[in-house]
Design a protein around this ligand. Structure first.
Ligand code: ZN
Length: 312
């Protein structure tokens, strides 16, 4: 399909690597599907958390920087990452967030869907949503989080913007999304190319200050395409609108393009191929540090420079 297939991954900035690992694998119960380094800064980890096989549309990634300054949500960034959870599971999650002292808000409702908003240990806003739409994806199971409550993958991402118009035009005219609902200053857009991870919410706040991109904030939002041919077709369409866009970049697990959409959010488009099972088997995903070819000869030095990670 020559279309944008919803969300591929979302990337954010964290502080302490161990705290980040513990929260996402233990409190929320994701699988770490890849442990590598920031390809542009190999002294920093790049963690990928998702479902069992690292399906696109489930992947939240982090660059953990130990002494990062605190960021601030604001205009021109993704300010909330929404996950889909099974119907009837929010009581379980409410109790679990309380038990782990995770900052969270009371149960609310938006677009007819119940959800709980919460913050990760660095202050990143997430939400757990009982989706109206059918979601047959299976969440990753852990000893404490079984399939009937496990987080399934992305539901939506919320972008805060001073003016939604130009961003909405990218979604509808280039990415094939349609506006399906509106609540106050929140507009909901959805693609019918996929069943899940198909929604983007645009929150218009004309007076909001620009966000500060540091700890506890989003870095970029990656949309999904099937292959490199589709990727490059989108490159043409975006460049034709007069927007700056990078060339194709090899991220080892996918091929990518980056551009800043007119509202200020850094967008990426990423391919399904080759996926995460290229340098380790599905069974072993995330179990050891993987390095791209250019850093393989420096493994000892890189490992010594990275904080130790307790994964048991
Ligand atoms: Zn990315």
């Amino acid at each position: 399909m020559n279309k944008i297939l919803g969300l591929h991954h979302i990337t954010a900035i964290a502080g302490d690597a161990q705290r980040n690992y513990d929260f996402y694998t233990k409190t929320l119960g994701f699988r770490m599907v890849k442990r590598t380094v920031n390809f542009d800064d190999p002294q920093t980890y790049h963690f990928y958390f998702g479902d069992e096989v690292g399906s696109p549309g489930t992947i939240l990634t982090f660059f953990p920087w130990a002494n990062v300054r605190q960021g601030k949500n604001g205009a021109g960034m993704a300010t909330e990452i929404g996950y889909s959870v099974p119907k009837g599971s929010l009581d379980f999650w409410k109790a679990r967030l309380k038990k782990f002292n995770t900052r969270h808000e009371i149960l609310s409702e938006r677009f007819g869907e119940k959800y709980i908003a919460l913050q990760d240990p660095d202050g990143l806003w997430l939400s757990l949503i009982e989706a109206k739409q059918k979601d047959e994806r299976n969440g990753y199971e852990t000893a404490e989080i079984k399939a009937d409550v496990a987080i399934k993958g992305f539901h939506t991402v919320t972008l805060t913007l001073n003016d939604v118009k130009a961003t909405a035009a990218i979604l509808t005219e280039v990415f094939g999304y349609k506006q399906i609902a509106q609540e106050g200053n929140l507009d909901r857009y959805q693609t019918d190319a996929v069943e899940n991870a198909a929604i983007v919410d645009l929150l218009e706040m004309p007076q909001a200050q620009r966000g500060l991109n540091a700890g506890g904030t989003n870095h970029h939002v990656a949309f999904r395409v099937k292959d490199e041919e589709t990727l490059m077709a989108f490159r043409e369409k975006i460049a034709a609108r007069g927007l700056q866009i990078t060339g194709k970049i090899n991220r080892d697990y996918f091929f990518s393009l980056y551009f800043r959409e007119p509202g200020g959010v850094l967008f990426e488009i990423a391919t399904d191929n080759p996926g995460f099972a290229t340098d380790e088997t599905i069974e072993n995903l995330g179990s050891s540090l993987q390095l791209p070819d250019q850093y393989k000869a420096m493994r000892d030095k890189i490992e010594k420079g990275l904080p130790e990670l307790q994964t048991k």
